[in-house]
Design a protein around this ligand. Structure first.
Ligand SMILES: [Zn+2]
Length: 286
């Protein structure tokens, strides 16, 4: 999956140090990120961007520490969005969601996770209580208001992915109005006051009108593209198998036989790994 970057190690702990020449600088613009094509290291370091584009510390934005992978520290810019003019050279802004098709998994994970943090910083520039500019914490990953002491923590939205099975069949879906056109599984956000298992039962009922039983936890996955923590579950059909789709959410939902599953593990998404687990009959071992 996207987070499996061994032998490299992701360090989530917060640090307050300054950006260094070899630090990776993730430059986001809208839903795009700046990369360097034709090199092994696609994500440019600070020194490289300074040399090539004259990026300097006098920029009004703040270089914000994000996380580390092994010894490499990752930063983004906090404050304003900076768009570098790349002049059609080796550097270009690419859609962050397209990275999964060509980038190394480590880069894909770094961009996904960096994007979640970048969005959180961009969306929380002022205090919701008193309107003051927020400041970043020095010792922990928080934003705080110097006026009323209000504290903001990073946004992580838990959501479930559910593989509904019925013996040798699994329920696959296609989402309405999304770029991702391959088959997926039932998915939805946890509501306040629910357990994740409650979310599984509610989402399956809302999206396809089915009851489930024997809900078993599989694995979780951070999915920074949408600020999610995804929790994967297998669940068995309980009773009636007739699917009634919620048309606002789904374009299609149908039962597929074990031998018909073609969307195997892509090394990135929990959904695809779960589909392969079912295709190989390994869900019986859970
Ligand atoms: Zn305030």
């Amino acid at each position: 999956m996207i987070q499996d970057i061994e032998p490299k190690i992701y360090h989530a702990a917060y640090e307050s140090g300054c950006i260094q020449d070899k630090s990776v600088l993730l430059l986001f613009f809208g839903d795009r990120v700046l990369i360097h094509r034709g090199k092994n290291a696609m994500l440019p370091c600070y020194e490289e961007l300074q040399r090539r584009f004259g990026l300097s510390k006098s920029e009004k934005s703040v270089f914000q520490y994000l996380f580390s992978i092994d010894e490499t520290k990752y930063f983004c810019m906090r404050g304003k969005e900076l768009k570098i003019e790349t002049d059609g050279g080796d550097y270009e802004y690419v859609k962050i969601r397209s990275l999964r098709e060509f980038a190394a998994r480590e880069d894909c994970f770094a961009v996904s996770t960096g994007y979640q943090l970048y969005n959180w910083y961009q969306d929380n520039r002022y205090c919701g209580r008193c309107g003051q500019n927020l400041e970043a914490g020095k010792k922990e990953r928080i934003l705080f208001c110097p006026e009323c002491r209000n504290v903001f923590y990073p946004k992580i939205a838990p959501a479930v992915i559910v593989a509904v099975t019925d013996g040798e069949r699994i329920l696959v879906t296609k989402y309405a109005g999304r770029e991702y056109k391959k088959y997926a599984l039932i998915a939805g956000f946890c509501e306040i006051g629910e357990t994740a298992e409650d979310t599984v039962r509610r989402e399956v009922m809302e999206e396809v009108g089915l009851r489930v039983k024997n809900i078993r936890y599989y694995k979780s996955q951070p999915w920074g593209f949408d600020s999610n923590l995804l929790l994967g579950y297998f669940a068995q059909l309980d009773g009636e198998d007739r699917v009634r789709i919620e048309e606002e959410e789904l374009a299609e939902a149908k039962w597929k036989d074990r031998g018909e599953i073609s969307d195997m593990d892509d090394g990135i998404s929990l959904t695809r790994e779960m589909m392969e687990v079912f295709a190989k009959g390994k869900e019986k071992l859970l």
